[in-house]
Design a protein around this ligand. Structure first.
Ligand code: ADP
Ligand code: MG
Length: 418
């Protein structure tokens, strides 16, 4: 294995991806563009990536024989989503390259482990000096065990039993809160808002008493994400910060207001890099951030390309999926080269197909125009809440970000009214 880890994987070798949704499909397209072949592992026969890959292993993630077949088909594998069992990744890791590692995925796929990992990232205190009448003398830093946490995480408690509910300290002021299942939640699923211990107990029962986190509901001013990639050599590239607007817990708009970074942007990028370094991460990673009451907090880590990073497909020379392929294959990453510094992405959910009660195709032909790029994921069945595609609206020469957002809003209106 050790010698394999150093090697750059060359096309036309096969690359593996666990999960065949839209993220897997974009990965497959990026890999194929570079001359690689792709084997998709996804239990769904209709999976969007499975349809276009050279090979599709259509078996459950815990099917060891099928995983052996995957191992025999490729020398390196990545994942498109964090809900692949960490055991599956560990099993693959014994014989082939898995990037990001099972260890990194195991942390990012479990909200309890993730928060625990984040608060343990320590920061050295600012250097202090004291004056003894004469020249200032530097005070030696305290031992590392006394350093503060470097990552701002919102107030939370672990809920894994009725006892843990009874034990919540009033002083914590955790209500109103959001109870989130620790594993397998996505797009706002597996979350219940609760105002007191009685509601919390009921919500915990609704989740069949699986381990959860209870988070203080923050008064959000805004949400944004940092998408970056880290190579085998520990080198980084990052995309400009992306502002995210959610609707019912699902991302609706992602807006990239400019490609230049101010002081705060640099801070967020550096903290996100710190997280990736602590995970010895190889691949594309996103961190979702909250700004609430003037403070910023880490929300969660996505150990993969991120929905909010889709603007990069149209706005950059090298998109987040190109970086995923480059990192997986042990290549050097490429600077994204943002060609369109202003853009807005609009997610297209299955809801649009049911806009007047019965199922009918959206009239995408009505929104065609300069700088408007429609991506459909080739999903057979539209369903409420299901991501079917997205539209990137690129800011043209003299447009401000407000102009681009206005166009995005009117595109949404046209699609919904026709
Ligand atoms: P998912 O895995 O579904 O993306 P998140 O934890 O990111 O789960 O929650 C989805 C959305 O719900 C967030 O983007 C945010 O809009 C809202 N949300 C989540 N946690 C909080 C919180 N503690 N306070 C306020 N809003 C929250
Ligand atoms: Mg999220």
């Amino acid at each position: 294995m050790q010698s394999k880890l150093k090697k750059v994987i060359q096309p036309p070798e096969f690359l593996g991806i666990l999960g065949g949704g839209q993220l897997g499909r974009f990965f497959t397209m990026a890999a194929q563009k570079m001359g690689y072949s792709v084997v998709v592992f996804d239990p769904d026969k209709q999976s969007p990536a499975g349809k276009i890959a050279e090979k599709h292993i259509c078996k459950p993630y815990n099917d060891l024989k099928a995983l052996d077949e995957l191992k025999a088909s490729c020398s390196a594998v990545t994942t498109e989503f964090e809900n692949v069992p960490a055991e599956t990744l560990k099993y693959l890791e014994k014989d082939i390259i898995v990037r990001p590692s099972s260890k990194a995925i195991a942390i990012a796929q479990n909200r309890i482990k993730e928060k625990d990992f984040l608060i343990k990232i320590k920061q050295a205190p600012a250097r202090m000096q004291k004056h003894n009448g004469g020249d200032p003398v530097e005070i030696p830093p305290p031992p590392e065990s006394e350093w503060g946490s470097a990552m701002p995480v919102g107030t939370y408690v672990v809920i894994d039993s009725v006892e843990s509910i009874n034990n919540i300290d009033k002083e914590l002021r955790i209500f109103p809160g959001i109870l989130k299942i620790a594993e397998f939640g996505y797009d706002g699923k597996g979350q219940i808002h609760v105002n007191n211990k009685t509601e919390l107990e009921a919500a915990f029962k609704t989740f069949k008493s699986v381990p959860c986190t209870l988070e203080l509901k923050l008064n959000l001013d805004s949400e944004f994400s940092i998408v970056l990639a880290r190579s085998v050599d520990g080198e980084f590239i990052e995309y400009p910060p992306i502002q995210n607007i959610h609707n019912s817990g699902i991302l609706e708009f992602s807006s990239v207001p400019n490609a230049s970074y101010d002081f705060l942007d640099k801070l967020y990028v550096n903290l996100t890099k710190r997280i990736a370094n602590e995970l010895s991460y190889i691949g594309v990673m996103a961190v979702e951030w909250f700004i609430a009451d003037g403070h910023f907090f880490v929300n969660e880590i996505a150990p993969r390309p991120h929905n909010s990073g889709h603007f990069s497909i149209d706005a950059c020379v090298y998109d987040q999926f190109d970086q995923q392929v480059l990192a997986l294959t042990g290549n050097k990453l490429k600077q994204p080269e943002v060609e369109f510094p202003r853009s807005v992405m609009l997610n297209i959910l299955g809801d649009l197909w049911f806009r007047d009660g019965t199922q009918k195709e959206p009239k995408f032909e009505m929104i065609a125009g300069l700088g408007i790029n429609l991506h459909l994921y080739g999903k057979a069945e539209p369903r409420i809440g299901r991501k079917m595609g997205h539209i990137t609206i690129l800011g043209l020469r003299d447009e401000t970000q407000e102009d681009v957002m206005k166009r995005a809003l009117s595109i949404r209106e046209i699609l919904w009214k026709n």
